[in-house]
Design a binder for this molecule. Structure first.
Ligand code: UDP
Length: 339
């Protein structure tokens, strides 16, 4: 089976994808600089997979280091996760986002070109749709960035499109993620945000486990059934399996593609709170505050293109997302920090 290079490998989505790729028979080499992740992930992956992970510590912006990794491991494809992902921080530190998210992507693509590797899976985001005009969102919907983070994802997609036009040896998959949540069924790996979580489910998890007092609900006056924001939450293991399906498609057939990875189902903030209370048996108190700047009322995917092109559909529902998140949160109340 082919060897796959995973960048940002110890991060939340990549660490789950690592297991899914191994389960599908791929050999995986991971790269990360631990700028937003913990080395403890590697111990957990070893425990879950029963073998020592192949890992190189490097920044994707370090072209010489990345080139050395290609020379040593000879990967036949790259799944590129390494990127910063906090919208608010991207507004405050745009250069850091362009340097890491765009500069890192370019450095990895240069190394691929130098080593004759053309298969590339890119972590994109539903954020490229900006304020969606129609729901569910199809891949041909208008795109537009509303913040520097989103801009780096759009530029990344553009870089890959232009590479494909310049040389058909580039076979690229842009995967537009909706809202990844949950954790591996074992509860041994999961999401471990640094500082105060920006995203809903990790915040809810920390309230349920007693690490924070109450959730702040950003707005209950949206034009949605209960007034709170609606999103397409997708279990991180479904997302991980979507990457396996995308990679298989790149090995099986010619052609680049862009697909949504979502469930097609929207849930409100209060739906998530209620489901989490059920899954955890813990109360999740909340207070309602004004809307958060830049938030959209509702956003969910049309997942038909991924089903058709990849034969992939999300399998796990909101209750499984909450139950698996809770297993991880309960077993690791301080994330990987406690080791
Ligand atoms: N949200 C909230 N409180 C929080 C975090 C998020 O009410 O502490 C809401 C947010 O307004 C949105 C939904 O939860 O309606 C999902 O937000 P998240 O940041 O997880 O994802 P995104 O906004 O990027 O889709």
């Amino acid at each position: 089976m082919p060897t796959v290079l995973l960048t940002g490998a110890t991060g939340y989505i990549a660490s789950h994808t690592w297991l899914a790729l191994q389960a599908a028979g791929f050999d995986v080499v991971g790269v990360d600089d631990f700028s937003n992740s913990s080395p403890v992930v590697l111990e957990r992956l070893a425990e879950l997979s029963g073998r020592a992970p192949q890992f190189e510590r490097a920044s994707v912006c370090n072209a010489a280091a990345i080139s050395g990794i290609f020379a040593r491991h000879r990967p036949q494809a790259v799944v590129h996760f390494a990127a910063f992902k906090a919208v608010g921080e991207s507004v405050e530190r745009p250069l850091a986002y362009y340097a890491n998210n765009v500069g890192g992507l370019v450095a990895v693509c240069e190394a691929m070109q130098a080593h004759g590797v053309g298969r590339f899976v890119f972590s994109s985001s539903a954020t490229v749709y900006g304020q969606p005009e129609t729901l569910p969102i199809r891949e041909d919907a208008p795109v537009g960035a509303t913040n520097p983070y989103g801009a780096t994802k759009l530029i990344g997609e553009g870089v890959l499109r232009d590479l494909g036009r310049a040389d058909p040896a580039w076979q690229t998959a842009c995967l537009r993620y909706f809202n990844p949540v949950g954790a591996h069924e074992s509860g041994r790996i999961g999401e471990d945000p640094r500082g105060v979580p920006n995203n809903l489910m990790p915040y809810v998890a920390q309230v349920a486990v007693g690490r924070r007092e109450a959730l702040t609900v950003y707005g209950n006056d949206y034009p949605t059934p209960d007034g709170t924001g609606v999103r397409d939450y997708i279990h991180v293991m479904d997302l991980a399996e979507g990457h396996v399906a995308a990679l298989r498609a790149l090995f099986d057939a010619q052609g680049s593609f862009t697909v949504n990875l979502g469930t097609g189902q929207g849930y409100s903030v209060l739906d998530v709170v209620a489901a989490y209370e059920r899954a955890s048996g813990q109360p999740v108190p909340y207070v309602v505050a004004p809307r958060r700047a830049g938030d959209v009322a509702a956003c969910w995917a049309d997942p038909a293109a991924a089903a058709q092109r990849l034969g992939w559909r999300a399998q796990r529902g909101l209750d499984a997302m909450c139950a698996d998140s809770w297993r991880w949160q309960q077993g690791n109340p301080q994330g990987y920090g406690a080791g």
